[in-house]
Design a protein. Structure first.
Length: 161
């Protein structure tokens, strides 16, 4: 699967419009999503972030329908089916989490929220009109990325609880 964000698979299939479209971007606020379920994550923040990363991996190919226990008609159509470019933003003790082929991991040296805003702004500047969904419950972050043109959804979008 292409993770470049260009939407090009290199297979030669699809028309010019299809190959020029960017793969939709799913950005997950790792600290916020992990903290949304009181399952002891505070004892092993890095391990909790790794488990979240692994749970996100299948979403890159299939999209969000079926994630966290059900179909999601409330989500934009482009987010419900794959492929998606999945980015997990981690901070603090979770900064050592590594990427997988399906999930890019971005470690914030400071504020995870600021990094998420920067990632969304850069993605939308590079490909105007690119679809982007940010998963977080943080009201301030939701307002900031919405102002940039991103859609937002809560933690239960990717993690049951």
């Amino acid at each position: 699967m292409d993770r470049s964000g260009t939407g090009e698979s290199g297979t030669g299939h699809g028309g010019a419009d299809e190959s020029a479209r960017a793969v939709p971007l799913l950005v997950v606020d790792g600290a916020n999503v992990v903290g949304s379920v009181p399952d002891g994550w505070w004892r092993d923040r890095r391990g909790a972030a790794q488990r979240l990363r692994d749970a996100l991996a299948p979403l890159a190919g299939r999209g969000l329908d079926g994630a966290a226990g059900g179909d999601r008609p409330d989500l934009p159509g482009w987010a419900r089916s794959g492929p998606l470019e999945v980015v997990l933003v981690v901070e603090g003790a979770a900064r050592g989490v590594t990427a997988t082929p399906e999930v890019r991991v971005e470690a914030a040296s400071g504020s995870g929220d600021d990094l998420i805003v920067d990632l969304v702004a850069a993605a939308l500047a590079a490909r105007p009109g690119r679809e982007c969904l940010v998963v977080t419950a943080d009201r301030g972050l939701r307002a900031r990325v919405s102002a940039l043109g991103a859609a937002v959804a809560g933690p239960r979008t990717v993690r049951p609880g």
